[in-house]
Design a protein around this ligand. Sequence first.
Ligand code: HEM
Length: 663
Amino acid sequence: MKFAGVTVLGENGPKNKTCIYIRAHGLVNHNSYYSTITMSFVPNLASVTPNITVALGIVSLATAAIALLSYLRSFSKKQSKEVFPGPPGIPILGNLLQINPKDIILQLEQWAWEYGPIFKINMMGQEWLIVSDSNVINQQLKERPIRYSHSMKLISVFQELGMHGLLTAEGKFQNFLYINSIHFEVLAIAVRISLLTTHPRPFIHPITGSDWKQSRRWITPQFSPGRVARSKSLVIHHALILRDRLNEHAKKHQITYEKWFPKGEHVSSAVGKKHADRVFYNPKEISPVWSEFSDRTMAVIINYAFAHGKDDLVPPDIVNGIQKVLATINHRLVTPVPTWRFYSTASDRDANKAVKLLNKVIDDIFESIRKDKENGERKDEGHMNTLLESLLYEKIGKGDDVEDAELARSAEKASRLTLEQIKGNLIQVIIAGYDTTANTMNNILYAFACNPTVQARFHSEVDSILGDLAVSTSTSDLTEFFHQDPTVQFPYTYGVMRESMRLYPVVASQMFESNEDTVLDGHFMPKGTITMHLYRPASMRSCPTGDPFEFKPERWIECTDEEKKIMAQDAFGFVCPRICPGRHLATLQIMFYLILSVSRFNVQLMPSPPSATPARERRQFTSMIEGVNVRLVALSCRHLSLSLSRFIPVIPLPLQIGDSKNK
Ligand code: HEM
């Protein structure tokens, strides 16, 4: 790589070159200065290293000069940020060493209670504003994607894996944002070091535009309540498989429990020991259940997205592949140095392969749908169109409910998505919808284990409404029964779901950058300011129903409509243009998994000694309570028919993707 020169170009760089925009604020008069380093690339890297060193030196000096200038001019504007309190840090590194990336949310929440709804932290010279004030959060979220956009890290991690869709769309796709080069990193570090000022981001963020709007207009109608309701039998089918799997875990948990705490005659007496051992606890022997939830949610979403009716074209290892992609995203989001740009590890290569495979599968299914259409092949009555089919061919809103029609009007205004855009969106929908739903289920199990009275009330609601159907294994009988919205039919169970999302939100925080100078809570915020939202303390501060720290599902039944609106606003992304489009599908899955699967078990915590690692919330792409060691006890005696149901196998539909037994 060779630097052709260093030029100051302003906002628009030459089209045929890769550009990095560097921006320094003129904080007094709102002016900004942009310098652009224009680089041309040649293949032989070894022969040009001296040029790079010289260029880096020049760049560092130039940026240091710009930084110094803007720093001197920024004094009066800095005053606005000074008004916010924050934890004291150390010179240069600020608060960096006080934060463990995996525990960042818990640490920031502690500070939020201590320093108030808006406080600041210093991350190596960058000031971040941490916000847990619902009004301010609402204001910022509503002003997206024009005034605020997702953090560059989130966007670049997805783009580098070749996945671009609704979640990361902010404007027209910016090629210059991503430069996969070791020299870029060295350059970034050099610039960062020379910019040891208060400037938040030396590298420019995307320009907002129509990219997100177009995807949003097409994707949102595909997840309207009317369309999601058509996937009822798909979700019920997987809820029954989940019940079966949890039953296997319950058996294992019983064996482990009996091994750890044997009755009298099983005690072993080691030679030379005065007393026989009576407890054989070993934390490695616990059989965790999270993967069962992730398998089911993955299966449902893949089917919903593209696989339903075309499962012969989906290789079994696709689930494994997607899980690897998600693990890679998680890893990259919390890794401060992007090592994958220097060399690829085996997991980096696996993730790339998995994205390629996903693209190929979608291509194959697209081809098959196209042929079906050409041959005029008719679908069975009641066939559920996948997201792929609908995005390619369907006229949205026909025969559906009012909300569908509303959304259809909006989609009609936008031009159809290209196949490339569809593929990006399908992959992102899977990534966005899979562990969010699975982690929520995991957190509910933890809440049940910690709150036996809540669990008892949940069991009683399910039993009293479902009766003998509670143990039915018939997808069609159950689909027929659930003709109503289950959140209305089972209000306490719905309260359990909402309460767990309020106390243990899986999207507990988000980070944004401002795209323009703005005013936040009466204080001037220059373009490029980083803001981090903390949703849990925000919702707790504004909780209108009392006892905000307690797990009380009944608050969702006893509250007024207005109170419910306030309490529900944060879980799926507030009432903002980017509110989660998959919320109805997520809710349907969680409700059916609880009613048809989890209700068949008593959830307890496995006994453990005081030295055991306590369950703790951890954040990667999404948050989850880790180390939840539950013991499932099958409730086999509540209904006469239950004993029968244990001998009736779940009759599998042809949709077995994600079935861990088939992996
Ligand atoms: C319990 C489950 C879920 C939770 C808690 C959740 C939460 C959220 C939140 C808070 C956002 C807003 C992010 C933002 O403000 O930028 C979001 C966005 C999104 N969610 Fe979900 N989600 C869940 C399930 C799903 C499912 C099942 C799907 C799809 C099948 C999905 C697809 C998406 C997509 C595509 C976006 C991006 C929307 C946009 O940027 O316009 N989510 N989700």
